[in-house]
Design a protein around this ligand. Structure first.
Ligand SMILES: O=C[C@H](O)COP(=O)(O)O
Length: 255
C-alpha cells in the first residue's frame, strides 16, 4: 500500500515572514495526519519553516524547488543539494515545467539532478507533463514517456523506489483547468506501466505518482479516488493555510 503524499509548491511566493505566518496558522489547526505532507518553499525560507515546525507534531516535511547537479563550484546564483539538506530540506522538486520552459532545463539536466538528489539521500519529486499542443497532437503518452525514460536513466532499482513522479500537464498549471481524474489516471497508469517496463512490476508498484495542475480543495478527492494516483503536487492552493488544510482533510477522508 503506497502512502499518499501531498506536496505544496510555493514557487516564487512568500518571504520568510510570510512563511512563518503560514506555519503558525497551520500549527493552530487540529488535524493529525497519516499522510506525507511536504511544502516545497523558496530555499531561503526553509530555515524559518524548519524553526516554526520545531516541537510541533504536524509531520510536515520541507522541500526545495530546484538544485544544481554539481556538489559545488562557480555557478553564480545556483544552490547545491548539500546546502538545502543542511538547512532541513528532505525533498526536492526537479524538472518542473516552469524550469523546463522558462529556464531551459533539459531532460539531461533533470537526470543529473535526480542522481545528485538521490546520492544525498533526499527524495526527488520529478515533474513530467505535456504541453497543450502536444496533447492536441495526441502525443501525451509519447512525450511523458520520453521524459520519464530520460529522467531515470542510470537510476538503480533500489533508488527508483524512493522517487516520486508528478504528472503535471502544462496546460493545467495555474489555469484553473484541471485534467479530468479519468484522463489523469490514464496517463499516470501509463507512467506506472512504463516504470514496470524499465524496472519491474514490484518497483513500479512502489513508486508514488502524483497529479498536479489546478488541484484545489474541491477537486483533490476526485483525483485521489483513482487507483494509480497517490497524491497531488499543488501550486496556488497550497499558498493559504486554510486551503492547504482543507486539501489534507479531503485526502484523509478519501484514504
Ligand atoms: O507544482 C505545482 C504545479 O505547477 C501546479 O500549480 P497549480 O496548482 O497552481 O496549478
Amino acid at each position: 500500500m503506497r502512502k499518499q503524499i501531498i506536496a505544496g509548491n510555493w514557487k516564487m511566493y512568500k518571504t520568510a515572514t510570510d512563511a512563518r505566518r503560514f506555519m503558525q496558522a497551520i500549527n493552530q489547526t487540529d488535524w493529525a495526519s497519516e499522510l506525507d505532507i511536504v511544502i516545497c518553499a523558496p530555499s531561503i525560507t526553509i530555515p524559518a519553516l524548519i524553526e516554526e515546525l520545531k516541537g510541533t507534531e504536524r509531520g510536515i516535511a520541507i522541500g526545495a524547488q530546484n538544485v544544481h547537479w554539481e556538489e559545488e563550484g562557480a555557478f553564480t546564483g545556483e544552490i547545491s543539494v548539500s546546502m538545502v539538506k543542511e538547512v532541513g530540506a528532505r525533498y526536492v522538486i526537479i524538472g518542473h515545467s516552469e524550469r523546463r520552459t522558462l529556464f531551459g532545463e533539459t531532460d539531461e539536466m533533470v537526470n543529473k539532478k535526480v542522481k545528485r538528489v538521490l546520492e544525498a539521500g533526499l527524495i526527488p519529486i520529478v515533474c513530467v507533463g505535456e504541453s497543450q499542443t502536444e496533447r492536441e497532437q495526441g502525443r501525451t503518452n509519447e512525450v511523458v514517456g520520453m521524459q520519464v525514460e530520460a529522467a531515470f536513466q542510470g537510476i538503480e532499482k533500489k533508488d527508483m523506489t524512493k522517487v516520486i513522479v508528478a504528472y503535471e500537464p502544462v496546460w493545467a498549471i495555474g489555469t484553473g483547468l484541471a485534467s479530468t481524474p479519468t484522463d489523469a489516471e490514464m496517463v499516470i497508469a501509463e507512467i506506472r506501466r512504463q516504470i514496470s517496463h524499465l524496472y519491474d512490476v514490484e518497483t513500479a508498484e512502489s513508486v508514488r505518482l502524483q497529479y498536479g495542475g489546478s488541484v484545489k480543495p474541491n477537486n483533490i478527492k476526485s483525483f485521489l479516488a483513482s487507483p494509480n494516483i497517490d497524491g497531488a503536487l499543488v501550486g496556488g492552493a497550497s499558498l493559504a493555510a486554510d486551503s492547504f488544510s482543507q486539501m489534507i482533510g479531503a485526502m484523509e477522508v478519501s484514504s
